[in-house]
Design a binder for this molecule. Structure first.
Ligand code: FE2
Length: 280
């Protein structure tokens, strides 16, 4: 198959937002600049060592119709739901929660001070799975696949498979998402085969990348949507760390209503009704 490299088509730094009980975050997808990147509905980045920015956490709230993916790099978050599921996400750990027909949960910092840093990604579910049973895929840092390459590069694979055959533990058959955390030394490259039809983004955690054959710069805390092709190629202008996310679009109608994402407005109204009558 002919290799077609993906190039940057859109860059955003997101907007400063507040969610939950006053948690300061940067909303990078799900913002006025980029409403969604099918099937990615939202991408939030949070990073602060000021307790007042995160201490309120995300008290009890519902979700229906999609999956929330929390990836923590620093700090601890305690998660608790209405079905008795509870746990603490530690640095390097992932919680991939399929809310499906409904979960009411809280996500609270398990710390009074210090750095809290991480990401939340929302991945949409197809109509046929929106009312399925809720499910969790949770993995601490040592269960996330780590591929160490000869040049010193490190690839942490949450889901998907690298070109060298390392597969992440999270499975999602609906959109077959690939979600990786990649660290590169200065001057080193990274290449990843992806689906030709996938929607794909790169988010730079640290450093600066040169993306594609055009070598367009993508800086720290910038998200780049990369256009059609079946190959991602980046080079690290300086020592860099970034997230790569890619998945098949659902191409279904999307009706959003806060914590509910369904196919129609009526289904969103039903979700609010179900929540208020304790049916979630
Ligand atoms: Fe939530």
């Amino acid at each position: 198959m002919v290799t077609q490299n993906r190039e940057i088509e859109f860059v955003t730094s997101g907007i400063t937002a507040s969610d939950g009980d006053g948690v300061k975050l940067t909303r990078v997808i799900g913002s006025p600049e980029i409403n969604m990147l099918d099937p990615f509905l939202l991408f939030d980045a949070f990073e602060s060592d000021q307790a007042e920015d995160y201490i309120g956490g995300f008290p009890s709230h519902p979700h229906r119709g999609f999956e929330t993916v929390t990836y923590l790099l620093a700090g601890q978050m305690r998660h608790k739901d209405n079905a008795g599921h509870e746990g603490v996400i530690e640095p390097g750990g992932v919680q991939w929660m399929s809310a499906a027909k409904g979960i009411v949960h809280s996500e609270m910092p398990e710390q009074k001070d210090g750095l809290l840093m991480g990401f939340q990604l929302w991945v949409n579910l197809p109509a046929a799975a929106k009312m399925g049973e809720p499910d969790y895929q949770e993995f601490p840092a040592n269960k996330i696949a780590l591929e160490k390459r000869e040049n010193g590069s490190e690839v942490r694979v949450i889901s998907g498979t690298t070109n060298y055959g390392t597969s992440g533990p999270v499975i999602n058959h609906h959109t077959q998402p690939l979600y990786m955390d990649i660290s590169l030394a200065q001057g080193h490259g990274f290449e990843q085969t992806i689906g030709m039809e996938d929607n794909t983004f790169i988010f730079v955690i640290e450093g600066e990348l040169l993306v594609g054959m055009r070598k367009e710069k993508l800086g720290k805390r910038q998200l780049g949507v990369i256009s059609e092709g079946n190959n991602v190629y980046v080079n690290a202008g300086v020592e860099s760390r970034f997230l790569l996310a890619s998945a098949k679009p659902l191409n279904e109608p999307v009706a959003r209503g806060g914590p509910f994402v369904m196919n129609t407005k009526a289904e969103v109204l039903q979700a609010f009704e179900d929540f208020h009558s304790n049916r979630i």
